[in-house]
Design a protein around this ligand. Structure first.
Ligand SMILES: [Zn+2]
Ligand SMILES: [Zn+2]
Ligand SMILES: [Zn+2]
Length: 379
């Protein structure tokens, strides 16, 4: 109990006993008086004292109740503090957990933003040329440039469907190299040599109310977020992810500059809410045969079972076996996963490649409207 409440009760007790003494004294005085008669004025005095006593008892009650409440509050406060501090300890992850929970996608994108990634030159065969010939001439062009002009480093040369892809360390002067290769006629006459145009990032706006008209989302976002004023054409709504609730995730393609602005806070205002923004990449994978780089409606392959990987009609073993990995020399002993999520190393590679092809910083341009039906999977 608080000290000042005790003091209050003490004071009230003293006051009460003095009042009772007043009454006793009055009666005693009357008894000793000659008339011994209680008159109107005596009754008035005594009733005033009793009224004061009643008031003081009420005050004591109030103080007592107050004290009880204080006690309860104190108890509640202690309990709350305990709960909060226990939760705090629970919520604070250990360093190991932080490392474990770090989103791989974010990590990869972040690395790319820091400019640690390689540079790419594409050498693509003209119509009548064989990709093998391109590869030979690419090697000749490299030798020639090194001998004639200057030395440079190459990380790797990859044989592609159309010719070759050259990967260079970030510090190499790619414009100069493309110029050098173009001066080597044996290659320039049979192929196009260029740096690939980077892709624009895709992001997902989480839990957007279905009241918000997603067709108007670029206008709404640019009006509601001052830092994005005038950027309506630098973002494009790709689609909303189906949902049975009153909210839906909406996928946007944005230019790198807009990406940087949005990701500084990781949230944007719509007409009626604040929405979180997350990185998302969309891998092009056929949902019929589960191979990459084509969609189901372009698929000429047999239907594959997503679980066991068998083709066509079959008695499913229900044992998970990734068909893509089972026919891959490096991964054929690790097939215990589905082909369409990041557990699959080949699917993971696709994510890495897509991130490599995407630019996440600096470039400021309008989004070219790409009409491609998305049959792909998001991660
Ligand atoms: Zn297919
Ligand atoms: Zn099956
Ligand atoms: Zn796999």
């Amino acid at each position: 109990m608080c000290d000042n409440i005790l003091q209050k009760l003490d004071d009230l007790e003293t006051s009460l006993s003095s009042r009772l003494q007043q009454i006793t004294q009055k009666l005693k005085d009357k008894y000793n008086s000659t008339s011994k008669q209680i008159n109107k004025s005596d009754i008035k005095d005594i009733s005033t004292i009793i009224q004061l006593i009643t008031c003081e008892i009420a005050t004591m009650k109030e103080v007592a109740v107050q004290n009880q409440l204080n006690d309860t509050n104190q108890q509640l406060m202690t309990e709350l503090t305990n709960i909060i501090s226990t939760n705090k300890t629970r919520q604070q992850p250990s360093f190991a957990q932080i490392v474990k929970n770090t989103d791989h996608l974010n990590q990869q994108i972040h690395q790319k933003q820091k400019g640690i990634e390689e540079k790419t030159i594409i050498i693509s065969a003209n119509d009548d040329q064989s990709p093998t010939n391109i590869l030979i001439q690419t090697n000749n062009a490299i030798k020639h440039t090194r001998n004639e002009n200057r030395p440079f480093k190459i990380n790797k040369i990859i044989k592609s469907k159309n010719g070759a892809i050259i990967k260079l360390p970030p510090e190499e002067d790619i414009d100069q190299l493309i110029k050098d290769f173009k001066e080597f006629d044996q290659l320039n006459n049979i192929a196009s040599i260029y740096q690939p145009t980077p892709l624009d990032p895709t992001v997902v706006l989480k839990a957007i109310s279905k009241i918000t008209n997603i067709k108007e989302l670029p206008e709404i976002i640019c009006n509601m977020n001052p830092q994005l004023n005038g950027c309506e054409k630098k973002m494009q709504v790709l689609f909303a992810i189906k949902s049975n609730t009153d909210v839906q995730d909406v996928v946007l393609r944005v230019c790198p500059k807009v990406y940087e602005t949005i990701m500084q806070t990781g949230q944007i205002y719509t007409d009626i809410q604040v929405a979180r923004v997350k990185d998302r990449v969309f891998i092009r994978q056929c949902q019929k045969c589960f191979q990459f780089d084509h969609s189901s409606n372009q698929c000429k392959n047999q239907i594959s079972c997503i679980t066991c990987g068998a083709k066509g009609d079959h008695n499913c073993t229900k044992i998970t076996r990734c068909q893509n990995c089972s026919s891959h020399p490096k991964y054929k002993n690790n097939t215990d996963h589905l082909p369409n999520n990041k557990e699959c190393p080949l699917y993971s590679d696709q994510i890495k490649k897509l991130i490599q092809k995407t630019c996440y910083t600096g470039l400021d341009h309008e989004i070219k409207i790409i009409s491609r039906k998305s049959t792909s999977n998001g991660i």
